[in-house]
Design a protein around this ligand. Structure first.
Ligand SMILES: [Fe+2]
Length: 300
């Protein structure tokens, strides 16, 4: 089912991010060193490519660093859209905050017509659903399709009966080859701060299993974790796109296949037919994790 991509890892380019930045308190110029992009994804013709970020809305230097690294990697791995795992906005949510914590940070990506699709986290107000650049069309949960992949953004803070019925109805009639759900609270997590949301798991997991959901992407815990497949489903926690809880992952957790809690990160995904490739990349460009999964519901 799963094999790792160490053989695929290659340096595809030395992407320069040498930009001059004026510091506000003096006139020094900071020139960032060149970024070594090490792509562990195949970049196949016609594949579906996207990025994942979570818990971004801080407006922090780290969030900007991650955004800049996403930009560097996009030069080697052109992706068209980004999934947001929620907590898109910490603190106040004025128009100025949307600039400071989102549109200014990701401006080069937005200018390049990269689309962002947001899920709501526990810190997010419903007004975000009307923010055009989150592409939620006024909805707290929604589905969209790209190629052979259906994406379901869920609101895990309020998993009410109405949402559950909507999800079941949509999934029951969904003939997409891949079904990927993304939302904020992780049904499985080895982080000390929050950890597995077992109450949510009890509700959603049977539905995911029944209707063949392949992959679940979440945030909330400010770390990276790839969970050992649970009931045949691949789970990721990607909650450190703008916040970090350093050292928060329990050592030797039976849930963990791979974890990283020393720096912020983002993820890249590539769907090639019945294969799903993934790579998690740190704020500084280090590859934290990479691999490939086969579609669970396809006969080999
Ligand atoms: Fe959260």
């Amino acid at each position: 089912m799963k094999r790792f991509l160490s053989l695929f890892v290659l340096v595809v380019g030395l992407v320069s991010t040498s930009t001059s930045q004026s510091l506000t308190n003096n006139s020094k110029t900071v020139v960032k060193s060149a970024t070594l992009v090490k792509l562990a994804l195949p970049i196949k013709d016609g594949s579906l490519r996207f990025a994942v970020i979570g818990d971004t809305g801080s407006g922090s230097v780290g969030q900007r660093d991650v955004a800049n690294m996403m930009l560097s990697y996009r030069q080697a791995f052109p992706f068209d859209f980004v999934l947001m795992m929620g907590d898109n906005m910490y603190g106040s949510e004025t128009p100025k905050d949307f600039e400071k914590k989102f549109s200014d940070v990701y401006k080069p990506l937005l200018d390049a017509k990269v689309k962002f699709y947001a899920a709501l986290g526990n810190h997010d107000l419903p007004l975000q659903t009307n923010y055009e650049r989150f592409n939620m069309n006024g909805k707290e949960y929604y589905r969209f399709k790209k190629g052979n992949v259906a994406f379901y953004a869920l609101n895990s803070t309020y998993m009410d009966k109405k949402q559950i019925k909507w999800m079941e109805d949509e999934l029951a009639s969904d003939t997409s080859e891949w079904k990927i759900c993304f939302f904020h609270h992780p049904p499985y997590s080895s982080a000390k701060k929050h950890g597995s949301d077992k109450q949510l798991r009890e509700i959603v997991e049977p539905i995911f299993v029944k209707y063949g959901v392949n992959v679940v992407l979440t945030g909330h815990d400010h770390v990276y974790e790839r969970i050992k497949p649970q009931k045949g489903i691949y789970y990721f926690v990607s909650g450190a796109g703008g916040q970090l809880r350093s050292g928060d992952v329990k050592k030797d957790s039976p849930l963990t296949d791979k974890a990283f809690d020393r720096d912020m990160h983002f993820m890249l995904f590539e769907v090639v037919g019945d294969q799903l490739y993934f790579q998690a990349i740190s704020r500084t460009g280090e590859t934290i994790d990479a691999g490939v999964f086969a579609n669970q519901r396809r006969k080999k």
